[in-house]
Design a protein around this ligand. Structure first.
Ligand code: SF4
Length: 371
């Protein structure tokens, strides 16, 4: 089984923190879908097995018109066996969702919608340069429900101070963000810590001062405890769901299941190596039918595969299970970190997990496994 990812690299404007590949030249959407068709025709044989998930991400896929979305879906119908699709997700921005648009998504067979909300505080939304307000996010959620969606994911961002307020005021806003989310009660919630990504407006401004790690950790702890008490299961460092609503597509990334990535800047994994498409609209469009050459792919060495398996697997609360040879390579560090209380290790299944109380520092724990 495998997955299909399609990247739609258009945004109406850029959010302050974002470094995903996107452009504001929305007039190129038709040309882009033409190129997508050429890439699909060229690469459809690269998919490993029958796809189980489809994920249309961005950018802002909800900037595609109903006719453009229908065209993308019919390309998928025409070139892939979609008889085993269990999960079909699309990312949307709240201000694009009308009752009519929600009905179009439903009619296309989308069964999971992921909506970037980020905050319910209008001051923070404005600072982030999001295009929607808090009320628009709630309204979009209602429209999606009324269209019959019973699997909605919503994103939040924590660990920042958007305007000049004290830590306590920022923490209070974060608490009300999480409580507002819990009140809506979507099936799935993702929450990411804001980071200053190179190339983002935050980085380019050179003025942004990141809050302390203590503040961010407090925000994270509050998130986990409020969501857990509302019945959400934390199944990954940044992802929470009601029982039975784990994201199948994203889980397959952490489990290193092969996927085919289509569109500008999309990445693919075939089980042994990775390839990626140019993060440049012109280059993508001109090379879609013939490819972009060997510099856009890599075969992973055994060492890199192990590193990737552990790095991705330890993001999950269920952790990562090693075979005997993998364990032998890491045993010294596993025993050391276990002694320090930074990981848990079950020798009967050779499974490593990061305890709940240490999840916030998981990146540094994972790095320690490979020193
Ligand atoms: S966060 Fe989403 S909407 Fe904002 S610039 Fe990035 S891709 Fe576009």
């Amino acid at each position: 089984m495998s997955g299909i990812y399609i990247h739609i690299p258009f945004c109406q404007s850029f959010c302050i923190y974002c470094d995903f590949y996107s452009v504001t030249e929305c007039s190129k959407r038709e040309l882009y879908i033409d190129a997508l068709e050429r890439e699909i025709v060229r690469r459809k044989g690269d998919i490993k097995g029958v796809p189980r998930t489809i994920y249309i991400g961005g950018g802002t896929p909800s900037l595609l018109s109903p006719a453009q979305l229908e065209r993308v879906k019919s390309l998928l119908d025409e070139h892939f066996d979609l008889s085993s699709i269990e999960e079909f997700t699309i990312e949307v921005n709240p201000d694009d969702i009308t009752p009519e648009y929600a009905a179009v998504l439903k009619g296309l067979g989308v069964n999971r919608v992921s909506m970037g909300v980020q905050s319910f505080d209008d001051g923070n939304l404005k600072w982030m340069r999001r295009r929607h307000t808090s009320d628009q996010a709630s309204l979009a959620y209602r429209y999606l429900r009324e269209a019959g969606f019973d699997n909605i994911s919503m994103d939040l961002i924590f660990g920042y101070k958007g305007y000049d307020i004290s830590d306590e005021e920022a923490f209070a806003i974060w608490e009300s963000d999480v409580r507002a989310m819990v009140d809506l009660h979507p099936e799935h919630i993702s929450a990411y810590q804001m980071s200053v990504e190179p190339g983002s407006m935050l980085a380019l401004s050179g003025k942004y001062v990141e809050p302390s790690q203590e503040f961010c950790e407090r925000c994270y702890d509050l998130l986990v405890s409020l969501l857990e008490s509302a019945g959400y299961l934390q199944y990954e460092i940044s992802n929470f769901s009601l029982p039975g609503y784990f994201s199948k597509h994203n889980s397959s990334y952490w489990d290193r299941v092969p996927y085919l990535g289509l569109g500008a800047a999309a990445h693919s994994f075939d089980g042994e190596g990775r390839s990626w498409n140019p993060d440049d609209l012109g280059k993508y469009i001109s090379g879609a039918s013939k490819g972009w050459g060997e510099e856009y792919s890599e075969i992973l060495s055994e060492e890199e595969m192990l590193e990737e398996k552990v790095m991705l697997g330890l993001r999950k609360r269920s952790g990562v299970s090693l075979d005997e040879a993998e364990y032998d390579q890491l045993s010294r560090n596993i025993l050391r970190l276990e002694k320090q209380g930074l990981i848990l290790f079950d020798p009967s299944t050779r499974t490593i997990t990061i305890p709940r109380s240490r999840l916030f520092i998981s990146d540094s724990i994972i790095a320690e496994l490979f020193v």
